[in-house]
Ligand binder design. Structure first.
Ligand code: KPL
Length: 300
């Protein structure tokens, strides 16, 4: 396949390396227009991948079979609008961002949309990307045109296992949203790795109860206790991780809070329900962002 990867951060480079090794034709797409991108990755088995790949080639994009998007949620709409003149309307777009709400923003795009969530862990260490832990990528249709792409899961699975197709991906997205509603703002509040949240059981539980209530109203029934035990497993299994939101706050970058807790608040409002614990965390992150975004900005 011919694949353009939009966003060449840790996750983007992980996919570029995996797809290239599998024999696919790949290019990266960066915000700063440049004709190449360096991919330097240390895999989980300690093997190194170092290649300079094509980047930002409109002709390559025009003939791509897939656009794989690894940007932050808040960057996606603007980036895809910029690419639209060179993006064939039938090219499927696979979104691998944290949070929810992006699909609604992209509703006027003609392209088949596929939503994905991944548990692969990769982080930057200087100029190198470390693939810290393997995981599973769950993908499924993000709009009606995306329904016929189930075979994509097998192609991607061969490159970077595991990849699983779900006819209804929203249930998995909601469970991931619950994880992010708990771990991301609370680790930013306490400035701690994910695992330290076991000491904040009451707050973790209160967030889970509220998310479970909204999930039920959205048609994805789960008990608060069931969700809590799932979230606690993730807290344990990602114990040493510094969450993406805490990394953003530490580096004074815009966070994904609008697409995580912000999306939950939006859906709660639509159902006429209040979620005070999540509102408190949302406002706290907004406050932290405003302290540095007043003086400098990394907005798109
Ligand atoms: O998705 C994550 C993130 O940091 O954004 C978790 C699952 C919380 C892992 O750190």
């Amino acid at each position: 396949m011919k694949i353009t990867v939009l966003g060449c951060g840790a996750l983007g480079q992980l996919w570029l390396a995996a797809l290239y090794k599998q024999g696919h034709e790949v290019q990266g797409w960066l915000r700063v227009t440049q004709p190449y991108c360096s991919v330097n990755l240390i895999d989980t088995d300690a093997s190194a991948f170092n290649q300079t790949l094509t980047a930002n080639d409109p002709a390559f994009l025009q003939s791509s079979d897939l656009l794989l998007v690894t940007l932050k949620a808040w960057q996606i709409y603007g980036a895809l609008k910029n690419l639209q003149p060179d993006l064939p309307p039938n090219c499927p777009i696979l979104l691998l961002n944290n949070g929810m709400g992006t699909l609604g923003e992209l509703a006027d795009l003609p392209n088949p949309l596929i939503q994905g969530i991944t548990t692969h862990a990769a982080r930057r260490d200087g100029n190198v990307i470390i693939h810290v832990a393997g995981g599973t990528t769950h993908i499924g249709p993000g709009n009606p045109a995306g329904k016929s792409y189930s075979e994509l899961a097998e192609r991607l699975h061969q490159a970077l296992p595991d990849v699983a197709w779900h006819d209804d991906i929203a249930a998995a997205c909601w469970r991931k949203l619950a994880v992010n509603c708990v771990i991301n703002p609370l680790t930013a509040l306490y400035n701690c790795p994910n695992g330290a949240l076991i000491m904040h059981h009451d707050e973790v539980s209160a967030v889970c109860q509220e998310v479970a209530q909204i999930m039920g109203l959205e048609g994805y029934h789960t008990s608060g206790e069931g969700l809590l035990s799932y979230v606690e497993q993730v807290i344990e299994s990602t114990g040493p991780n510094i969450s993406s939101m805490l990394q953003d706050i530490r580096q004074q970058r815009h966070t994904e809070i609008d697409y995580i807790t912000g999306y939950l608040l939006q859906r709660a409002r639509a159902h006429g329900v209040t979620v005070p614990e999540n509102r408190r965390l949302f406002e706290m992150i907004k406050q932290k962002e405003s302290e540095y975004e007043r003086i400098g900005t990394d907005m798109p």
